[in-house]
Design a protein around this ligand. Structure first.
Ligand SMILES: NC(=O)c1ccc[n+]([C@@H]2O[C@H](COP(=O)([O-])OP(=O)(O)OC[C@H]3O[C@@H](n4cnc5c(N)ncnc54)[C@H](OP(=O)(O)O)[C@@H]3O)[C@@H](O)[C@H]2O)c1
Length: 256
């Protein structure tokens, strides 16, 4: 029986991952801070073994405890899904929120993946799915957009990190994948007091369907709401063109 570890399984996309993976026969380790939610989820998933782990993935202690599990258990799948939005102007964002955001969206996926990989590589099999978002490509969006520089930056990090890691893992039987939803109907915005109920939103279940289908299709970056995947290919080709065209010579426009 394979085991999947899902972070942020107490609501939204993480809960939908847990439900889908249980239906597919995976034993589960479900992680989050809200024990009551995780236990209620576990009580509904009666066909597989479900282990509830209460941990704060913004803290070193919480990350360390879950990383120890990821290293010890023979995980076939790690889903780095937990996240918070903490939108707001950079200079005004409470320092604790800035730290929490980077902890949950960057430090936790890094350390859990670092912990899970040696076992996956030794077994020659494993999948890492990380939940980023289409805002990863929103950096150049015009000013006047909602202030969310740190959040956007964490998503861009997750995309570049996954692409690089996937290349590094080629031929090992282990794959790294990242899914980039647009706006999804979960608690993500409402916990921050934002009401997006009037905005068309994808379901968490559709995000999970796309993520798992994307892995099966061999996609490294999956965009559930993007009909034309050549748009993403164009982004990555442009990335490579700029990366490959730079030289050690100072570009002429910077010379006086
Ligand atoms: N909803 C969207 O529009 C959207 C769009 C693009 C990407 N995403 C990404 O999707 C992922 C899932 O979000 P969602 O939409 O499903 O929102 P959600 O319903 O608010 O779920 C967020 C999950 O993350 C967990 N979490 C948050 N902080 C945590 C912490 N410090 N330690 C452990 N767990 C923590 C929460 O559990 P506890 O509160 O129980 O800890 C919850 O289970 C996020 O990473 C987000 O960046 C969402």
């Amino acid at each position: 029986m394979s085991t999947a570890l899902v972070t942020g399984a107490s609501s939204g996309i993480g809960r939908a991952f847990a439900e889908r993976l249980a239906a597919d026969g995976h034993d589960l380790i479900v992680v989050g801070r809200r024990k009551d939610r995780l236990e209620e989820l576990a009580s509904t998933l009666t066909t597989v073994r479900v282990e509830v782990v209460v941990a704060d993935l913004a803290s070193d202690e919480g990350i360390g405890a879950v990383a120890a599990l990821a290293a010890d258990r023979p995980l076939s799948l790690l889903v780095n899904n937990a996240g918070v939005s903490h939108y707001g102007p950079m200079a005004e964002l409470p320092v604790a929120h800035a730290r929490e955001l980077v902890g949950v969206k960057v430090v936790a996926p890094t350390m859990l993946t670092r912990a899970a990989l040696p076992g996956m590589l030794a077994r020659g099999a494993g999948t890492i799915i990380t939940v980023a978002g289409m805002l990863a490509f929103g950096g150049p969006a015009p000013s006047g957009q909602l202030a969310r520089a740190i959040y956007t930056g964490t998503l861009a990090h997750l995309v570049a990190w996954t692409q690089t890691l996937h290349g590094e893992l080629a031929g090992t039987g282990v794959g790294a994948h990242v899914v980039c939803p647009g706006i999804v109907a979960t608690e993500f915005h409402s916990v921050q007091g934002m009401d997006l109920s009037a905005v068309p939103r994808m379901s968490a279940e559709d995000v999970v369907t796309a993520a798992l289908a994307g892995v099966a299709l061999g996609e490294v970056v999956t965009a559930p709401g993007l009909e034309d995947p050549s748009l993403l290919d164009a982004v990555f080709q442009a990335d490579l063109a700029a990366f490959g065209a730079q030289t050690p010579r100072l570009a002429s426009r910077y010379r006086s």
